[in-house]
Design a protein around this ligand. Structure first.
Ligand SMILES: Nc1ncnc2c1ncn2[C@@H]1O[C@H](COP(=O)(O)OP(=O)(O)OP(=O)(O)O)[C@@H](O)[C@H]1O
Length: 255
């Protein structure tokens, strides 16, 4: 069974077709990319896979289950985590609480368990605590545990957002432009971090990224969309030499 299978996914907003006939299959373990010029429909794909949007047409199967009727938090609990193009952290909480809360949202205890402090509640809380500290340590964020994210440099905030996504123990991690806004040395660190996370956590990573050095050095397979349609897919080398891709990018010269 595929980890993720997308069949003929189409998304229409009013009169605008943001995505048409999008197809994809991940068996699990991939580190793949999704690229395309501005407004191509990339974030729309991630919003559909994470359940923020529901496809106008087509099907998304995650671990064989149709995610269309599921709320985003159910899809997260099933194993899909994401980061956002513009970092979305809870800035009034500490880094540690950001991580704790993320895990909290996927754990199955109810209000009665919490009020009565049942065994289930105690086990879940101990799990949240252990998991949060492990993630912070693994991503070398432990020294920032009690800081507010807004007081950290931008590169560190990105790292915290990735840590928060990992806290839900995903099988599929969606990274939406993780290198956006980072300086050159932060980008080098990010490439190493993503490579390490992929190996260490043994998960599937799918990333949207405009910085070609990031996509080309990390991804084994890249899909390219333009105006909502798939125009190419292949290895980094195939993509870099594809005339349709070069033509699509000529306008903004980012390839
Ligand atoms: N909720 C929405 N309502 C209406 N139109 C939308 C909505 N979300 C996206 N769009 C439109 O769909 C198209 C694709 O947008 P999307 O954000 O997916 O592109 P993108 O490839 O991620 O762009 P960028 O690289 O600039 O982030 C755009 O024309 C956008 O304006």
């Amino acid at each position: 069974m595929a980890l993720l299978e997308i069949q003929s996914m189409t998304q229409v907003f009013g009169g605008l077709c943001a995505l048409s006939d999008f197809n994809l299959r991940f068996d699990g373990g991939e580190l793949n990319g999704l690229i395309g010029p501005n407004g191509a429909g990339k974030t729309t794909v991630f919003n559909l896979v994470s359940g923020f949007y529901k496809p106008t047409q087509g099907q998304i199967l995650f671990k064989g289950r149709d995610t269309k009727p599921m709320k985003p938090h159910k899809i997260t609990a099933l194993g899909v985590a994401r980061t956002f193009q513009n970092i979305r952290l809870w800035h009034d909480m500490t880094v540690l609480d950001n991580i704790r809360l993320a895990r909290h949202q996927t754990l199955g205890y109810n209000l009665a368990d919490a009020l009565l402090r049942t065994k289930r509640y105690q086990r879940a809380e101990a799990d949240i605590e252990r998991n949060a500290h492990e993630i912070l340590e693994a991503l070398q964020l432990d020294r920032y545990a009690h800081e507010r994210p807004r007081n950290l440099p931008y590169g560190m905030q990105r790292r915290v957002e990735i840590a928060r996504a990992l806290a839900v123990k995903p099988d599929l991690l969606l990274l939406d432009e993780p290198a956006a806004g980072l300086n050159t040395s932060d980008v080098d660190g990010l490439i190493q971090l993503i490579r390490w996370i992929h190996k260490e956590f043994k998960l599937t990573i799918w990333m949207i990224e405009h910085q070609m050095q990031v996509v080309m050095s990390l991804c084994t397979w890249i899909k390219v969309i333009d105006f909502g349609s798939t125009i190419a897919e292949g290895t980094p080398e195939q993509i870099q030499n594809n005339p349709d891709v070069i033509k699509a990018y000529l306008g903004d010269g980012t390839l």
